[in-house]
Design a protein around this ligand. Structure first.
Ligand SMILES: N[C@H](CCC[C@H](N)C(=O)O)C(=O)O
Length: 275
């Protein structure tokens, strides 16, 4: 039997596995089985915590979407990873350095129990996202089946497309999310953010996530939305991002500065399962 911890960051939920004390290698079918909300435990992503792969890092952590695909970044997952390694006694450090497949994160525990994460600098060159575009631009026009969509495109270690809407509650997330997420101009797929700007320091966001569908929150999506909207001249450096599952604080000074994300990480229950 394999122990697991069920966690969430603003309702974006995870099954977290310890591959430090036991070596785990899960096939996509096993990920899908764990993530299944009827026949398994149920989650948006499975997080696998591993020993570091280089000096200077405390851990390595892998992120698998519910469809079994692997991602290079998960913001809400990073906060839950930090809570997990502390709760499991895998570290007693106040600040952590963790590598993922596509980046390095610095995490700090705040006195109020939240976790603050240096998500690294945004990557805006199309080839880094990856996104097939003639040149880097602030706004791209993406051809869809029956319309074109104005988007921003950015990577936080995973690909994001962001589009502005008048009202997130009536945004066509279910209709356009899948079309954009699997668009041929995003060769590795893309997470799709629908952003409503309420003020220069306050936005609302819904995200259709690559490999999952719409989630209650997306940490890297919140970072991507703030980066795009700041580049459009709409936002201040520090922004409250209201997602269906709750609010994150995102800070970005611009340019090559890192994006900072602050929010909660909650442990729901622990259990054992036969993998
Ligand atoms: N679906 C994402 C991974 C999880 C990101 C999200 N849960 C977050 O909090 O950043 C992707 O395939 O890139």
């Amino acid at each position: 039997m394999t122990r697991f911890t069920k966690m969430h960051g603003l309702g974006n939920d995870f099954v977290v596995l310890d591959s430090v004390r036991q070596s785990l290698e899960l096939a996509p079918a096993q990920i899908r089985a764990l993530a299944d909300r009827h026949f398994g435990i149920g989650c948006d992503q499975v997080l696998v915590v591993e020993p570091p792969r280089r000096p200077g890092a405390d851990f390595f952590y892998r992120i698998f979407n519910a469809d079994g695909s692997e991602s290079g970044q998960c913001g809400n997952g990073a906060r839950c990873f930090a809570r997990f390694v502390r709760d499991q006694g895998l570290t007693d450090k106040e600040r952590l350095t963790v590598d993922t497949r596509d980046g390095t994160l610095e995490l700090a525990f705040l006195p109020d129990g939240q976790v603050r994460v240096d998500m690294g600098a945004p990557r805006l060159e199309p080839r880094e996202i990856p996104f097939i575009a003639a040149a880097r631009a602030g706004v791209y026009v993406l051809p869809l089946a029956t319309e074109t969509l104005a988007i921003g495109a950015v990577s936080l270690g995973n690909p994001h497309a962001v589009t502005l809407v008048e009202d997130v509650d009536s945004a066509p997330v279910a209709e356009l999310g899948p079309q954009v997420a699997r668009h041929p101009d995003f060769p590795e797929g893309v997470n799709v953010g629908f952003l409503q700007v309420l003020a220069a320091d306050l936005v609302r966001l819904r995200v259709f996530e690559r490999g999952v569908g719409e989630t209650l929150a997306c940490g890297s999506g919140a970072c991507a939305a703030v980066v795009c909207a700041r580049l459009w001249g709409l936002l201040d450096e520090r922004v409250q991002v209201e997602l269906p599952g709750g609010t994150l604080t995102i800070e970005w000074a611009g340019g090559t500065a890192p994006v900072w994300m602050t929010g909660p990480a909650v442990r729901v229950f622990e259990g054992e399962i036969a993998l």
